[in-house]
Design a protein around this ligand. Structure first.
Ligand SMILES: NC(=O)c1ccc[n+]([C@@H]2O[C@H](COP(=O)([O-])OP(=O)(O)OC[C@H]3O[C@@H](n4cnc5c(N)ncnc54)[C@H](O)[C@@H]3O)[C@@H](O)[C@H]2O)c1
Length: 433
């Protein structure tokens, strides 16, 4: 039986992500209670106030207004956009709040250290939303590594194939297409998870060098078919044949990425098909031709890391794939682990030099483990498991192996910031160990 009072939480940035985590409060009201919201958007404040029955005095226009009031809740769920994480977090940490903070939690190294120093100064707990660590898939792999099943890791290979529709909605037409707006390069916005997984698998061994190459290979104006228009539903004679047609992506698949695509229709309770088509024809950024969005980010990038013990890792991020795939291959001195996240299964291999043998192989199939999507929601079950651990951290209870302190969570970000420098300057970036 739970003898604790529920932890009280303030939602800061009432967008898609913060509301996903906050949903834990509705499933487990004995553990978490949402008591306030801060968001400059009145509509979002109102929706959250209705959902969680919040009094008007607990609805704030911004994080700073929450921080200006004496502390009145246990924690903050900070789901603001990338470049707002640190500016919104600092006053809240100073005001006394522990925090669940979205990734990438900083957009440059100086900001990252500001956050870490502030958390240290006020002795606050900050858990970064590295949700993949909390999925049964990656947690099980980490468990095998911790048990020493494959010995010391000498190489990690991770790959993320970003699907064509995810690429278009996030990085071509969407919120992460312009570094000047979101301040995050695609590698950090999309793959700080994978860099964190690499760092986590090598936990305790600092990275000492990073190199990286990448570019926008495909989605450039000069690659547009000559007949292409500027808006799929307005002036494009080849829309019916285009793989990136906004009609095919967002009208024919009405639920896919709807929280991004129909953000400009949030004020309508139930936008009709006609509303959606009008929006894609007029001011909706998701109605634009993918070749002509003037995106500022790469569509593929490769990263190579050297750790202080001489081991290495690579991450390949490729946007525009036919299906989303995240894979991992760990090579250890005693064995190897290889798996594909979406398949929810991995294999563990060991050398077997006996006559008639070459290697032994054991399959770990997590499809059998029940609540992967059901009770624990998206990201392969990671989102709400993360919240569960966050609550335990605050209560001082034992946590799963997925939770580590803030210092351990920054290594992947350090690799990402170094990769960005490396790709810009075409050089190897050395890191202090
Ligand atoms: N962990 C993951 O796997 C994962 C997945 C997707 C996105 N993300 C990250 O989650 C974050 C949020 O993404 P989203 O799509 O939910 O964003 P969003 O734009 O829907 O929500 C952000 C909200 O913050 C509000 N806001 C802006 N300034 C504020 C301030 N000063 N105080 C309070 N609120 C403020 C905005 O009005 C907005 O409602 C991003 O950093 C994104 O990179 C993480």
């Amino acid at each position: 039986m739970n003898t604790h009072k529920p932890l009280t939480a303030i939602i800061v940035g009432a967008g898609h992500r913060a509301l996903t985590y906050a949903a834990y409060a509705r499933q487990h009201p004995d553990e978490l209670k949402i008591v306030a919201v801060a968001d400059p958007r009145e509509l979002r404040r109102k929706q959250v106030a209705e959902l969680y029955n919040l009094p008007a005095e607990n609805c704030f226009e911004c994080a700073e207004a929450v921080a200006a009031r004496p502390k009145f809740a246990d924690v903050v769920i900070n789901g603001t956009m990338d470049h707002q994480h640190v500016p919104t977090a600092l006053p809240l940490l100073a005001a006394g709040y522990d925090m669940l903070l979205e990734k990438p939690f900083a957009t440059n190294e100086a900001e990252m250290w500001d956050l870490v120093e502030t958390a240290r100064q006020y002795n606050r707990k900050v858990i970064i939303c590295h949700v993949l660590r909390f999925t049964p898939f990656y947690a099980a792999i980490r468990g095998q590594v911790l048990e020493g099943l494959i010995g010391d890791i000498l190489n990690v290979q991770t790959v993320e194939h970003v699907s064509y529709h995810h690429m278009a909605v996030g990085f071509i037409r969407g919120k992460w297409s312009k570094i000047s707006d979101c301040h995050s390069p695609m590698l950090m916005a999309k793959c700080c998870h994978d860099l964190d997984l690499i760092a986590w698998m090598k936990s305790g061994v600092p990275p000492r060098g990073v190199s990286s190459f990448g570019s926008n290979f495909q989605f450039r104006p000069e690659n547009a078919p000559p007949e292409a228009g500027t808006r799929c539903l307005v002036d494009c004679p080849i829309e019916v044949d285009c793989l990136y047609s906004a009609r095919k992506h967002y009208i024919d698949h009405p639920d896919r990425w709807s929280f991004y695509v129909w953000e400009s229709l949030e004020h309508l309770q139930n936008p009709t098909l006609a509303d959606k088509i009008r929006s894609l024809e007029t001011d909706n950024p998701y109605g634009r031709c993918v070749w002509k969005c003037e995106m500022e980010v790469v569509d593929h990038q490769s990263v190579m890391v050297e750790f202080a013990d001489g081991s290495t890792a690579t991450h390949n991020m490729i946007g525009g794939a036919s299906r989303p795939v995240r894979s991992i291959h760990l090579m250890g001195t005693k064995g190897e682990i290889q798996g594909v996240f979406e398949e929810k299964r991995f294999v563990i291999r060991h050398i077997d030099p006996r006559p008639g043998h070459e290697y032994s192989e054991k399959v770990v199939d997590l499809n059998m483990s029940g609540d992967l999507h059901g009770a624990f929601g998206a990201h392969g079950g990671g989102d709400l498991r993360l919240v569960r651990d966050f609550i335990r951290v605050i209560r001082g209870e034992p946590v799963s192996i997925s939770t580590t302190n803030l210092e351990d969570s920054i290594t992947g970000h350090r690799i990402g910031f170094a990769a960005e420098q490396a790709v810009q300057a075409h050089r190897v970036v050395r890191l202090a160990t």
